[in-house]
Design a protein around this ligand. Structure first.
Ligand SMILES: Cc1cc2nc3c(=O)[nH]c(=O)nc-3n(C[C@H](O)[C@H](O)[C@H](O)COP(=O)(O)OP(=O)(O)OC[C@H]3O[C@@H](n4cnc5c(N)ncnc54)[C@H](O)[C@@H]3O)c2cc1C
Length: 290
């Protein structure tokens, strides 16, 4: 997921860096050690006696005494018209990362669960007006978050709303990095409306299509942790995130550790994932010593 972050502004030591460049720097640093890097997709992990066997898509098998899983999670896509076109041009999957670009703008948060409500509370310090669109007739966020949202006086909650389309100006096809630079430059010039300019949702009760003029859309409909290859081996929470001992990062299986967005930790940010990875590595080291 870090790869998709086009302009990271909250990783210590870098005022601004793209996800891709940060990963390349991590890799360059890693290659200074005697560590083999294999590019492959893990399809299964099995525990046989005291060892783990890691199977990959290209039919390789790796045997290890300890394994750290750090396969991350991808935000769930909206799958509506305009989504791909406006990523980084007014559509964001990370309110904490991109919210500051929407000062005094009207924005929508898609998803009325706790994540959506927390995003709206965060955005209420920046944006002019925030709409929360929830597909179901009832809000999923807990009462405390609902109260906090009410107190902002800036948020309108719309239930029974099926998002249909994200609309904006016709734009030439460009890479993600260029889109982000474009978005930022225009935000600074107060011209963000050049990109997303409205959304259309259907009121599921009346079946009417309604247009909301706005300039930013934040997607908060959950994420998909990449856990298929450890199904049946470890425990998961209700979000399909791997349960770990929060002190050592060990899963329920001794010698099998997990770190970052794939786990049940509360905050999903790069600096936190990096710290969790370091914790897991130290725990794996202790495990191997014993
Ligand atoms: C659009 C966007 C912008 C963001 N911006 C920021 C930001 O500005 N600042 C910030 O702090 N956070 C940001 N985040 C959040 C941040 O990217 C994550 O919290 C962080 O990357 C989590 O790190 P991770 O190592 O746990 O997982 P990831 O970075 O997701 O890395 C997991 C890796 O595992 C690989 N993988 C998955 N399955 C398999 C498999 N079966 N076999 C082998 N490899 C596999 C994936 O391809 C990926 O390379 C952003 C997220 C998104 C989506």
């Amino acid at each position: 997921m870090a790869r998709k972050a086009v302009a990271i502004e909250n990783y210590p030591g870098f005022e601004e860096i793209s996800g891709l460049e940060l990963i390349q720097r991590f890799e360059k640093h890693l290659r200074k050690q005697k560590i083999d890097i294999e590019r492959d997709t893990v399809t299964k992990i099995k525990k046989i006696d005291k060892n783990f066997i890691v199977f990959t898509e290209s039919k390789h098998r790796f045997e290890a005494k300890a394994v750290i899983i750090a396969s991350g999670a991808d935000p769930r896509p909206l799958e509506v018209s305009g989504e791909k076109k406006f990523i980084g041009r007014g559509l964001s999957y990370c309110s904490v990362c991109d919210g500051p670009l929407f000062e005094n703008k009207n924005v929508a948060v898609i998803g009325g669960g706790n994540a959506g409500f927390e995003a709206a509370i965060f955005l209420s310090n920046i944006a002019k007006k925030i709409y929360i669109l929830e597909f179901n007739p009832k809000i999923g966020a807990d009462e405390t978050n609902q109260e906090r949202v009410k107190k902002t006086g800036k948020v309108e909650v719309i239930t029974n709303a099926a998002l249909k389309q994200i609309k904006g100006n016709q734009l030439p096809e460009r890479g993600e990095a260029e889109r982000r630079v474009e978005m930022k430059a225009n935000s600074e010039r107060g011209k963000l409306h050049r990109f997303v300019n409205s959304i259309i949702y259907q009121d599921r009760k009346t079946k009417k299509n309604i247009t909301l003029p706005l300039e930013g859309v934040f997607v908060e409909i959950g994420s998909q942790p990449a856990t298929a290859f450890v199904k049946g081996l470890v425990n998961f929470n209700e979000k399909d995130e791997i349960k770990i001992d929060l002190r050592t990062n060990q899963t329920k299986i001794p010698g099998l550790f997990a770190a970052g967005d794939i786990t049940e930790i509360k905050d999903k940010q790069i600096v936190i994932a990096a710290g969790e990875g370091a914790k897991a590595a130290l725990s794996a080291y202790d495990y191997l010593q014993k």
